[in-house]
Structures are given as structure tokens and as C-alpha cells.
Unconditional design. Structure first.
Length: 68
């Protein structure tokens, strides 16, 4: 068995770019009124954070094994 960890880096130009990504990615649970409306989500994000470039990271782990 082998375990591999890969660091994924995402760079967004600003909150509108981030909102467009979030609104089209089903793994993120957003309030119903924002879940498919990137413009509304961007507006809400701007109320909470400065509109500037954003870098986000996540680690994806793969486990591979051979059958005996």
C-alpha cells in the first residue's frame, strides 16, 4: 500500500473569482440563496473580507494498493 499526499494551490484574482468557483463546486455547502448565484455570493463575501487576491490550499490524499 502506498499513501501519497499532494498539495493543491488555488489562486483567485479576487472575491468575484472565488465566488464563481465556489458557486460551481458542489462540495462546498453554502446557504441556498447563495449556492448558485456567484454575484450574490461575491457581494456577501465583500461584506466580510477585503476584495483582494486570495490563495487557498488543500491536500489531496491518494491511497493505492495491490491485490494480494
Amino acid at each position: 500500500m502506498q499513501v501519497t499526499h499532494q498539495l493543491h494551490t488555488f489562486r483567485f484574482a479576487g472575491l468575484a473569482h472565488l465566488a464563481a468557483y465556489l458557486a460551481t463546486t458542489p462540495k462546498y455547502q453554502l446557504p441556498q440563496e447563495l449556492s448558485r448565484d456567484a454575484a450574490a455570493l461575491a457581494t456577501e463575501l465583500r461584506r466580510r473580507a477585503p476584495d483582494e487576491p486570495i490563495t487557498a490550499t488543500s491536500t489531496v490524499t491518494y491511497v493505492t494498493a495491490d491485490r494480494p
